[in-house]
Design a protein around this ligand. Structure first.
Ligand SMILES: NC(=O)c1ccc[n+]([C@@H]2O[C@H](COP(=O)([O-])OP(=O)(O)OC[C@H]3O[C@@H](n4cnc5c(N)ncnc54)[C@H](OP(=O)(O)O)[C@@H]3O)[C@@H](O)[C@H]2O)c1
Length: 336
């Protein structure tokens, strides 16, 4: 089968950084589905793995942690899906990625594809939807319902995760949402997705908040640039508030949160599948519920840009765009 990956970690400017590969087609066993991949999306994790992780004994590593496709085969332990079902999912960081014609994934982290979306629109969603959902409800414990429950500041609101987090927070909770974005295009994107206000993450945060009528916030979702923003985030957190983080700060001083009795919450969407936690089926349920919300017109796809067919040349362009830090919504590739 065709696949895209790499043989050694290299900068994206290197011609060998991503390669078109031929790999053996895998077979489904146990609770695995063999999925014929129709579309994929690209996430910062692809960039980070490509730049730093050495391939294993195969001598190459297939990237990709977002796909929409059709179930071709099922393992003997599969009970949620059958051949022919249309699915969408992110997969596991511990296994080969989705940038391949055929892909194996445990059914417990797979959802039925939203019926009203095509494969490209659906492929934009899974990894970021699981991340945003787990962050909002499982880590920050924001109550569902339309009762007012305070303010949420989303740092990096126009990115892949922010684009779905904004919708979930606006449609499923009573939060007042303040997003950060730095360009007219990304600011408009945040407002269109449901943010009540937008401020700029490259300007001091506290005075911008005061200018829109808030001295502090009750929840922060720090999606990008946490290391640099951390002192400013501590400053604007309200007493007894919650700070959620998903990116990779080198080190954070948790003691700065003590005087406000503020709590720190990590979200890592690969944790459930990596550790095969007893509740890993929660990701199947999240994706199914998100699909139902899409089909009901509550949520919309976060696809912002189609990057062409699935091959190394197009994926290099997508990686370079993500590395610029200026991506809006999701980048998707479709067909081989
Ligand atoms: N822990 C997990 O489970 C998990 C899951 C998904 C992603 N992540 C990580 O979370 C991070 C965000 O992911 P993503 O998919 O949303 O990324 P993304 O789509 O690449 O984010 C791009 C956005 O980041 C904003 N941005 C750039 N520099 C910023 C800064 N210094 N401060 C605040 N915002 C900034 C940009 O806004 P402007 O263009 O408006 O400047 C742009 O809209 C990545 O590091 C990713 O690896 C972790």
């Amino acid at each position: 089968m065709k696949a895209v990956g790499y043989r050694e970690p290299l900068p994206i400017s290197d011609p060998q950084s991503l390669l078109d590969l031929e790999a053996p087609t895998p077979q489904a066993e146990g609770r695995d589905l063999l999925v014929e991949v129709k579309a994929i999306s690209v996430n910062p994790v692809d960039v980070k793995v490509r730049a730093s992780v050495k391939p294993g004994k195969e001598g190459y590593k297939i990237l990709g942690w977002d796909a929409a496709g059709v179930v071709k085969e099922t393992g003997s332990g599969v009970s949620f899906f059958k051949p022919g079902d249309e699915v969408y999912y992110a997969g596991s960081i511990a296994r080969a990625g989705t940038d391949a014609e055929f892909h194996l994934v445990d059914e417990r982290i797979v959802g039925g594809k939203p019926k009203t979306l095509n494969f490209a629109q659906a492929a934009a969603m899974p990894l970021t939807t699981i991340t945003a959902w787990e962050l909002l409800f499982d880590r920050l414990h924001v109550p569902r319902g339309k009762e007012p429950v305070g303010t949420l500041l989303i740092m990096g609101g126009a990115g892949g995760v922010g684009s779905i987090l904004t919708q979930l927070a606006r449609k499923l909770t009573g939060l007042t949402i303040i997003s950060t974005a730095s360009t007219p295009e990304s600011q408009k994107w945040c407002l269109d997705l449901g943010a009540h206000s937008v401020i700029n993450h490259y300007q001091p945060l506290a005075p911008q908040l005061i200018a829109i009528g808030f001295s502090q916030v009750d929840y922060i979702a720090s999606l990008t640039g946490t290391q640099g923003h951390y002192p400013a985030l501590v400053e604007i957190l309200a007493p007894e508030s919650r700070l959620g983080i998903i990116d990779d700060p080198a080190s954070l001083d948790a003691t700065l949160l003590k005087s406000k009795c503020a709590s720190l919450h990590w979200e890592y969407m690969f944790a459930r599948s990596f550790f095969s936690t007893p509740d890993m089926v929660a990701q199947h349920e999240i994706l199914n519920e998100a699909a139902a919300l899409v089909d009901a017109g509550v949520l919309r796809t976060t696809l912002a840009k189609s990057m062409g067919t699935i091959n190394a040349a197009h994926l290099k362009e997508a990686h370079a765009l993500l590395e610029s830090g200026r991506a809006r919504g999701k980048l998707v590739l479709e067909g081989f």
